[in-house]
Design a protein around this ligand. Structure first.
Ligand code: PHE
Length: 340
């Protein structure tokens, strides 16, 4: 028995000599002290030992177990300390290193212009109203003095969702929603997406408009002109002037097309203004009596003006963008140029 014990002590010493990790140590420990380990096997064999030898043998075996347990414990302690130190040094963070900078985004040119327009008009007392993008025929056309057989319906190629529902072709639909719910004085600004079956370098099937509506006692075309002058100076520059040209929209009478003097050449004529010195920026007019009446507003007591502009168009003019597609592709090489 003593021989067997010496052998086991020797093989334990041998086994732990080069042990590097507490995991391997654990395996070695199991080999000797585990349920089916070598020392445990010897303990089990005690059953076969004659009773008179059992006490002395038991002593020897217990001593062996204790000796090996202590040995394993000491090595385990050492390995654990070593492993902890290694973990700390591996995971060490140098807080003095410069951080990784996440690329920051920029506001989309459309958003920049929309925000600028809202801030200009908010400064004149306009409130923002946003109508739905899915409209019915009534709000988009009929209530805007454009009944079913009206030729002006052909001015816009409409995406119909059903016989009655459509994707709004103009934010003017919001005018009706506002006037139905609010009595004058009314001064609203209505930004939003609109949809038309149209697609080329300066047209997109989805684009954004900014609508304005003012209704009160004694509002005249002069008020419209004065407000547009102020708007043009703020957005395109102090020296910019506006001019009104007669036009036609079913829901305004009279209707005008609004040009601004070319902010690129100062009106002398250049590529941007195609040599004319003027750039068309929006449609406007005095709210048609029939539209006011339809919303329950007495046109003999109240008058108003409305205007609508394409936000992409303003962005293209202001930033010198020559293809509208650039505004919809989300190409970061284009967009990052607008970082402020
Ligand atoms: N809704 C018109 C368009 O989309 C623009 C407009 C708005 C004209 C308000 C007059 C008054 O072309």
């Amino acid at each position: 028995m003593q021989k067997k014990i010496d052998e086991i002590e020797k093989s334990i010493d041998e086994a732990v000599k080069d042990v590097q990790s507490s995991k391997t140590l654990q395996e070695i420990k199991m080999r000797f002290l585990g349920k089916t380990g070598e020392i445990s096997a010897l303990m089990k064999n005690m059953r076969d030992v004659p009773p008179e030898q059992r006490p002395s043998m038991g002593k020897l075996l217990n001593a062996l177990r204790q000796w090996s347990e202590e040995k394993f414990a000491v090595i385990e302690q050492r390995l654990k300390e070593f492993e902890l130190k290694k973990k700390y040094s591996d995971e060490k963070i140098d807080v003095t290193l410069p951080g990784r900078v996440a690329p920051d985004g920029a506001l989309h040119p459309n958003t920049l212009i929309r925000n600028e327009l809202i801030s200009i008009f908010a400064g004149m007392g306009f409130e923002v109203f946003e109508g739905p993008e899915i409209e019915n025929d009534y709000y988009n056309f009929t209530a805007l003095n454009t009944p079913a057989d009206h030729p002006a319906r052909d001015m816009q190629d409409t995406f119909y969702l059903s016989k009655d529902l459509l994707l709004r072709t103009q934010t003017s639909a919001g005018q009706i929603r506002v006037m139905e719910n609010k009595k004058p004085p009314i001064k609203i600004l209505s930004p939003g997406k609109v949809y038309r079956s149209d697609d080329d370098a300066t047209h997109s099937p989805m684009f954004s408009q900014m609508e304005g509506l003012v209704v009160d006692k004694g509002i005249t075309l002069c008020d419209l002109k004065g407000m547009l002058d102020e708007f043009a100076r703020k957005i395109f520059g102090e020296d910019v002037k506006t001019r009104l040209r007669p036009s036609y929209f079913p829901f305004t009478e009279p209707s005008v097309e609004v040009d601004v003097s070319c902010f690129e050449c100062g009106g002398k004529g250049c590529r941007l203004c195609k040599g004319t010195g003027w750039i068309e920026v929006l449609g406007a007019g005095m709210v048609n009596r029939r539209v006011l009446e339809g919303c329950g507003i007495d046109p003999d007591e109240y008058t108003g003006f409305a205007f609508g502009m394409g936000i992409e168009r303003i962005a293209m003019l202001k930033f010198g963008i020559n293809n509208m597609k650039l505004l919809f592709e989300g190409d970061t090489r284009f967009l990052k140029q607008f970082k402020s």
